[in-house]
Each structure stands twice: as structure tokens, then as C-alpha cells.
Design a protein. Sequence first.
Length: 141
Amino acid sequence: MENNKEMNDTDFWNCHSVEYLEMAFESGHKEVLHHPDGYGKRTGDCGDTVEFYIRVRAGRLDQVSFTTHGCLNTTACCNTVVKLTRGKTIDQAWEITPDDVVNYLQTLPKDHEHCAQLAVGGLYLALSDFQAGAHKQGKTA
């Protein structure tokens, strides 16, 4: 049985892209931003939950972080969203799609592409929250 486990571990490391592995195990973006400019929380049909926090400076996403209760694939997708959006304008961030996340990761399993939809959806909710707050305060993004 031990040999089978070792084989599965080896298969995991060998069947994923460097990009996927980096995003799956990156932990530097997992944090709660206190008093964010935008916040979004979304739970997928699979039960995974993501929360995105954004801070905007000079019309750009200066800080993007997340917390998640979910699988490694969801973590990889959330980290990819952070990578693709940090430093972008609000309009550019709205252009990020689940397909962009899947393409960046290269080896996200097909049966987990919903994790990319979940992560991008969490970002969109944070962007919406920011824009609603900016309009209330008479600011523009």
C-alpha cells in the first residue's frame, strides 16, 4: 500500500505545471485585509468558500488577498486571480475570466474548472462592493 501512495504522490508532482504547483502552494496572499475597499464572499455548489479583499490606490488594485475553505484547486485558482489582478485597474480586473485562470494554471483538472469560476466570482463580488462604496462616497474607480 505504501508503494501505491508514493506512486500517487509522484504522479501528482509530475502531472502538474510549475504554474499550478506554485499557485497551489503559495500562502503569501492568504490573509484578511481589515477595512478593505471591496469585499466578496462566494460559496460554490461543491461547498468550497472563498473570500476576496481588495484595496485600491490611484485607481489600481494595490492589494488583493483571499481566504478560502476549500480544496487545493480552489487555492490555486484564488492565488492565480491575485497574480492576474494585482496592479491592474478596476476595468482591467473586470476582464479577468475563469478561462484566464484555467489557461494560466495549464493543468487544473477539468472536473475542477468550477474552482476558477468560484475564485473569479469572489473577485467580481469584491469589485462590485468597491464600486458601490465608491459611488456612495462620490468617488470614481
